[in-house]
Design a protein around this ligand. Structure first.
Ligand SMILES: [Zn+2]
Length: 337
């Protein structure tokens, strides 16, 4: 299906002034260089569905990528229409074997994620994970003493996750049981793909008990914006590896939030940011990765991880970041006063 596109404005601050980061032509070249980067590093004979999922290509290369002049959000403009986006995610149905392999691969990183969440939130509790996919975080959270329910638009992934014993709702968060209140709504690796991130964060707010927290993990648009211009110069090799090892080359996202633009968005919705940290993409090497490339991935990610916290408020060297924000306390209302 060829998508249709519409012009849009910034999903974080609503402004429409933006600077162009990449044209259609340069995006095509970037996606080609992504294919080339990964095909050199994979074993011959890798099944196509494993390739598609581990490399995270977008369904279609962006027509144009821009950066908001007001808050720094990086986004596709024009952008694929949202109705078609829903169709893409609903009919993507990898085999059970692929889903199980992903669940196992992601489990260890999500164990660390659950631990960070406990530290930042300050205790364990109940939660909703938006984009629970193959249930790797649900499982890690359960092991860490949390009680999480999943929400995902992919019915085939949800069937798999339910087979592991988890409670999962089919559809977006906006259609989830309105009466459910939890301590945390977690949106890992998913806010960047949603049709309406602000709408989903507003829905998250409605599901939070007092003192509740929303936590997100997203690709860092500030890193893409810093590295993208280097792809055409003497540092091209470094910039390409920096982006490709972290699934940022080819910009396979609708939105590249930055610490600044995400902060602006959640503050507008009544949250206060408590913690932001830069990070790299979780490990992706598996049995299909050539041994030298698995070593290279570890070395490069650990080097990038070491500088992920420097360079300014928007963490431009960090390919990914996490942001944890708590509901502002409602003003005390005294009846009769
Ligand atoms: Zn903006």
């Amino acid at each position: 299906m060829t998508p249709s596109y519409e012009l849009t404005s910034c999903a974080a601050c609503g402004e429409s002034d933006a600077d162009e980061l990449a044209t259609a032509e340069s995006m095509r070249a970037e996606v080609e260089s992504l294919w080339e980067f990964h095909s050199r590093r994979l074993q011959p004979g890798i099944p196509a569905d494993h390739l598609m999922d581990r490399v995270a290509f977008s369904q279609h290369a962006p027509l144009r990528v821009v950066r908001c002049r007001h808050c720094g959000l990086v986004y596709r403009n024009p952008i694929e229409r949202a109705t078609e986006l829903a169709a893409i995610y609903q009919d993507a149905g990898p085999t059970t074997e692929v889903l199980r392999a992903l669940h196992e691969t992601q489990r260890a990183s999500y164990a660390a994620q659950a631990e960070r969440l406990t530290t930042v939130f300050g205790r364990r509790g109940r939660g909703i994970e938006v984009g629970s996919y193959v249930g790797a975080f649900l499982a890690a959270a359960r092991d860490a003493g949390w009680q999480f329910t999943g929400v995902d638009v992919s019915e085939s992934a949800n069937r798999f996750t339910r087979s592991l014993g988890f409670d999962v709702h089919d559809g977006p968060l906006e259609s989830f049981d309105a009466g459910t209140r939890v301590d945390v709504v977690a949106i890992w690796n998913c806010l960047d793909q949603l049709a309406d991130p602000a709408g989903t964060l507003a829905a998250a707010r409605r599901h939070l008990a007092p003192g509740g927290m929303v936590s997100i993990r997203v690709p860092n648009g500030a890193c893409y914006a810093a590295m993208r211009p280097l792809l055409d110069g003497p540092l091209a090799g470094v910039a390409r590896g920096w982006l490709a090892q972290n699934n940022l080359l080819g910009f396979p996202y609708r939105y590249g939030f930055t610490p600044g633009s995400a902060t602006r968005l959640v503050e507008r919705l009544g949250f206060r940011v408590e913690h932001v940290e830069g990070d790299v993409l979780v490990p992706i090497a598996d049995k299909w990765t050539r041994p030298w490339a698995a070593v290279e991935e570890r070395v490069v990610k650990s080097a990038i991880g070491a500088v992920a916290g420097v360079g300014g408020d928007d963490l431009p060297l960090a390919p990914w970041f996490e942001l944890y924000a708590r509901l502002e306390e409602a003003p005390q209302v005294h009846p009769g006063s």
